[in-house]
Structure formats: structure tokens, C-alpha cells
Design a protein around this ligand. Sequence first.
Ligand code: HEC
Length: 159
Amino acid sequence: MLKPLLFVSAVVLLGFTAMSTPGSISQATAPSAGQKNAAKAAAAEAKAAADKAQARAKEIYGVDCAICHGDNGNGKTDLAKGMELTLQDWSDPKTLADKPDQELFNAIRNGKGKMPAEETGRANDEEVKNLIIYIRNLYKMPPAPAPVPADAPAPPPSN
Ligand code: HEC
């Protein structure tokens, strides 16, 4: 009674070993080269569109916003001083972190206190949304290129 059972287990074991040989399974499930290229192309297209939208946001920010909020968003501008504006410092990532997009959108679209509204003719809704992404990322911009100490570790590779 035991012998046939052992034989069956041996066959099953052998079968599993054969199935796990490299290449036997992975080939069936891996995406084809064509599928991979299509996914890559779609990702590249999405990135190109996002980059273009951010380039446009930078342009609008430079013309309509930086005069008060500053190129790096810290709000330390001559006009802010002259107008006695109280501006939040966006160069600190914590400042905008817990403000919802809608609150920022409303401030930009409708104006707030001494801040004038951004008219739709100057930035449409899509452009305002991209302005929000832009100002949320301003803290990554250094105020001025800091001198790199000689013994500083190499920066991580950027993709
Ligand atoms: C005339 C100066 C001025 C200009 C130009 C200006 N802002 Fe403001 N902005 C302000 C002031 C002042 C406040 C604070 C309003 C308040 O809380 O009373 C403010 C607040 C904001 C807020 C709300 C969050 C915060 O930090 O208080 C956002 C978002 C904002 N501005 C974005 C923009 C964008 C984007 C532009 C360009 C389209 C812009 N601002 C142009 C003066 C300005």
C-alpha cells in the first residue's frame, strides 16, 4: 500500500521540479515586446504632456505670481514689503502640505484678501490646477545655488 503512494509523490515532485525550470512559466506570462513598447510610449507621452503643462505653469507663475510670492515662493519680495502683505512661506514644504487643492484653487481663481483673482483669460481651470502642482513643488527649488562642500557625498542619480 505504501509503495504506490511513494511512487506518486516522487512523480509529483519531479513534475514540480520540471515546471520550475527557468523559462518554462515566465515566458507565458511576461508581456510581449510590443506590449512593453506601447506601455513605454504611453508613459513617455503622459510625462511629456505633464512637463509641458508644468513649463506653462512656470511661465504664468513668473508673470502673474512671482512679483508677490517670489520665484521660490518664500514671499520675501519688495512688493510684498511695500504692500505690507502677509505671505506664507511656500519654500517650507509644511506650509501647503495640509491645504487641500480646492482651497488653493479658490484663492487663485477668486482672489483672497489683498491678492487679486487670476482671471480665466490669464489662466484657465486646467492651468490653475497646474499652477497648484507648480507651487506645491516650489520648496524643492533652492533660494540660490548653495556651494557644494568638497567632501559632500555624490547626489543620488535623478531619473
Ligand atoms: C499682489 C500680490 C499677489 C499676487 C500677484 C499673487 N498673490 Fe497669491 N496671495 C497674496 C496674498 C496677500 C495672499 C494671502 C491672502 C490672505 O490670506 O489674506 C495670497 C495667497 C495665496 C494663496 C493661498 C495660500 C496662501 O499661501 O495663503 C495661493 C494658493 C496663492 N496666493 C497663489 C497665487 C498664485 C498662483 C498667483 C499667480 C496666479 C498669486 N498668488 C498672485 C498676494 C498675491
